[in-house]
Design a protein around this ligand. Sequence first.
Ligand code: NAG
Ligand code: NAG
Ligand code: NAG
Ligand code: NAG
Length: 661
Amino acid sequence: MKLAMASVIVLRLFILANLVTFCLGHHHHHQQQQQQQPRPTAYNYGFDVHRRVKRQLAEPLTTVVRGDAGQQAGDVQVRREIRELEQDRDVWTLYLLGMSMMQFTDQMEPTSWYGITGIHGMPHQTWGGVRPTPGNEETGYCTHSSILFPTWHRPYLALYEQVLTNVMRMIANWWPDDQKQRYLDAVQRFRIPYWDWATYPPSDGSVLPTSVGGSPFVDVDGPNGVQRIANPLFSYTFRPLNTTAFRQAPWNTWTETLRGPTNWGPGAQSNNSMVAMTIDQNQRSLSQRLYILFSNYGNYSRFSNNAWIPFVNNASYDSLESLHDTVHTLAGGGGMGMPNIQGGHMSFIPYSAFDPIFFLHHTMVDRIFAMWQTLYPQSWVAPTAAVLNSYTTSRGQIQDSQTPLTPFFADANGGFWTSDSVRDFTKFGYTYTELTDLASASNAQAGVRRAINRLYGASSPANMFLRELRAQGIKGGRGKGASSRIGQQSSSKHRPAGREVGGLQDDSYREWIVNIRAKKQALDGPYSIYFFFGTPPEDKADWAQAENHVGAMGVFAADGTGMGGMREAMKELEVSGTVPLTTGLIGAVERGRLEGLSQAEVVKFLREELVVVVLGSGGREYGVLDVEGLRLGVRSFSVKLPQSEDELPVWGEEEVGFDLL
Ligand SMILES: *[C@@H]1O[C@H](CO)[C@@H](O)[C@H](O)[C@H]1NC(C)=O
Ligand SMILES: *[C@@H]1O[C@H](CO)[C@@H](O)[C@H](O)[C@H]1NC(C)=O
Ligand SMILES: *[C@@H]1O[C@H](CO)[C@@H](O)[C@H](O)[C@H]1NC(C)=O
Ligand SMILES: *[C@@H]1O[C@H](CO)[C@@H](O)[C@H](O)[C@H]1NC(C)=O
């Protein structure tokens, strides 16, 4: 067999990194030298659009999420991956123009970028007249560490999709008559794109699409010809930055959303190449976590959110929300890769939604949820007490499948969407490619499993071991001298022939994970827990590329400035997550650092070599004991290999475990 781990670790270059540096430097220069120098901003349509936009968006029903994406009822279209959407040029043009238009719409409008994204956290303002319940004025509507985490974001995305589609349709009508229909057709097939941060990116590309992180400017061929505008996917510029709402640094000085900010002061700029590099380094870990979630998390209560539930099975510390949190901290760019930086907007719950990458990320989260629903149709929202406050719910309140998902109106009479009513998402007029092959329920499930294996199985140990098993079958023997070290181990005198091949036993192998439990606000801001085999490189700038980096879990928290009432409730909140170790262990065998994958060898290796580092805001390093409530446990499970592409691995009982902390 061939386990080409080394080549997997090869850093993918972020191809436009140089361009970004150039553009930013260029722009900076102009700002300093000539204050009046106009920077690319909105598209110039040749007439005053703002009055028309205001009229268009001010219709009373825009606060109702209609459930048909503003199109004809029953018209279901796929939400595409952003790179795929980009290939559909007419749709892409409209998407950029629509996003830009929302961002340049007066921020006091409820359907402006600020109005829609402000629903999530800051500025803690009432939307659609849905008032806060007493004591919850200083929180956002979003529900985190809650049974409603996946379902609340569903009508939120549908609202955004509806508003954006309306704006795009308005713009399509501004093309000359002979082209108008072409663009109206493009609007018809548009649904919001998702960003797949877990699959292998196209060859030589980064996981972070260049359309999102490549340049602050973009050329669009709109109704009034080709123009260079501010790239609405790169950042959102506050118009204006409201220092009454955002009172504390750095939020009251950062006039636009930042990723991997170069410092914590007013002159900070995004460093998307650093963010891209860090995400690339973590892609395999994200992919494995996702693969395990699909395979082993059939219980909605455990799958849905990151709240730590005492006495849960040791095999279910992770969750969709916890994986989502890690992507937030990676996209914000905190900690890793550069010393002395804190994360940007995406790393902080109350400010995250302003960054245009937020909706791309959450559409991916919704897609994962939709795929999961197909695999586990029986499991659903069960009554659970809220552990955090939101704008309309208080800690301790029981949330169930009928809890109103505020502020998302389902009708003009003031009824709200609920988890039950958003369970069938096609009523919002969208689906995902992986779910379109739906001849029957069992075919649908097989189709989803095939897609999961194809997209997220590549770096999963299950598939590596499966390839090994198949290679043996073909060769009719095990562990030929020409195969890799793991293969060689298999023929060593220590193992009975045919019984165990580098951790493989019949049709099962062992997965190793580290379970993490921590107080969400332990450091009063987001932090990340990094795992290395052996000592991490001296310079944090080298961490992202280090081959002994095994994975990281990001804890998406608040910094106290945007928390208000949530802060107290959050203090005690414990969250949990998982970092898979198995692929890293295979890599260690490949590099000759670990002899083999027997339980004894692995336990000895992990006890000696697993290094844990915690980085908080400003890249500050914390000792694990300084993080209140941090618990780390290594666990091992026997996992049955899938026998076909239609199957996922089946996780068995825990076999070995020891606690690090
Ligand atoms: C700024 O924020 C304050 C407090 O949230 C709010 O009352 C005011 O309307 C906001 N102004 C603008 C221009 O957004
Ligand atoms: C951005 O990050 C990269 C990689 O860490 C680093 O080499 C570069 O100097 C950073 N750029 C700025 C402007 O800080
Ligand atoms: C799902 O998990 C929850 C929380 O651990 C538990 O109370 C419930 O019994 C589980 N449901 C099933 C069907 O196993
Ligand atoms: C979890 O692991 C610990 C340590 O191995 C063990 O004592 C405990 O019983 C396990 N809990 C469950 C629910 O399996």
